[in-house]
Design a protein around this ligand. Structure first.
Ligand SMILES: CC(C)(COP(=O)(O)OP(=O)(O)OC[C@H]1O[C@@H](n2cnc3c(N)ncnc32)[C@H](O)[C@@H]1OP(=O)(O)O)[C@@H](O)C(=O)NCCC(=O)NCCS
Length: 215
């Protein structure tokens, strides 16, 4: 990227409101509400086997879909949102904003010189392959740069997670390299491919495609 494409570091930022609602062609992304507990439990139970290979292993006797775990998570996510530390969004279809079909999060927000968040996501197993996560990743990345005032979003994907690698590629993320034994997933230290996008790249990605050369 040329020096002229670099933007200045932001002087200040504000935490986006909990009333944030991101509308895309087919989806609405919004922070979790206490009224989502039952629906989130249903979604986690239905998708337990689908998500297990790509998730942090639950502790002994811990059930991530239990009433206590999900209730605690909703309270924690709302508190973390207000502090500006983590922005967790449920993914709902536009025609029914109470139905949870996935989750996308900007976690581990660091300000100061970094202005970075870590992206994570999943979608209902029966809705895969329709471009919905790519739509959600694009919208959440735009929110990271404009709503949350971040400069950089990064993501880490296991090399065998072909669908997730493709989502980031389609959304315009840049592959940075392989991080060996990077995260403990399903109880194993797993290598991950690191991806990132900075706000300058999003500006470039939003420009209309260039005319074909030679015409
Ligand atoms: C990864 C995941 C979020 C993708 O969601 P999705 O809505 O199916 O994604 P999209 O439809 O936007 O795009 C998926 C792309 O991957 C492709 N794909 C799917 N499985 C693939 C595979 N095994 N190898 C290569 N490409 C694959 C699809 O064909 C599609 O690409 P295309 O549009 O060029 O045809 C979803 O599969 C999921 O929730 N997986 C479990 C949780 C998870 O892995 N989260 C990410 C952890 S990093």
């Amino acid at each position: 990227m040329s020096d002229s494409a670099r933007t200045n570091a932001p002087a200040s930022w504000e935490v986006p409101p909990l009333a944030t609602r991101i509308v895309t062609e087919r989806l609405v992304l919004r922070p979790l509400r206490t009224g989502d507990v039952a629906e989130m439990r249903r979604a986690l139970r239905t998708n337990a086997a689908h998500l297990r290979p790509w998730s942090v292993a639950a502790g002994p006797g811990e059930d991530p879909a239990s009433l206590a775990s999900v209730s605690r998570a909703v309270v924690q996510h709302r508190r973390e949102w207000k502090r500006g530390h983590t922005f967790v969004l449920v993914i709902t279809p536009r025609e029914d904003e109470n139905r949870v079909i996935g989750r996308i999060a900007l976690g581990g927000v660091l300000r100061g010189a970094f202005q970075n968040a870590y992206l994570g996501y999943w979608i209902d197993q029966d809705l895969q392959g329709r471009g919905m996560m790519t739509e959600a990743v694009r919208a959440t990345t735009a929110f990271a740069f404009s709503g949350a005032g971040l400069h950089r979003v990064q993501a880490a994907v296991m090399p065998r997670n072909g669908g997730s690698l493709r989502v980031l590629e389609k959304a315009g993320y840049r592959r940075e390299g392989l991080a060996e034994r990077y995260l403990s997933i399903a109880g194993q230290w797993e290598d991950h491919v690191l991806f990132a996008m900075t706000s300058e790249e999003r500006i470039v990605a939003d420009q209309p495609p260039r005319a074909p050369v030679g015409r």
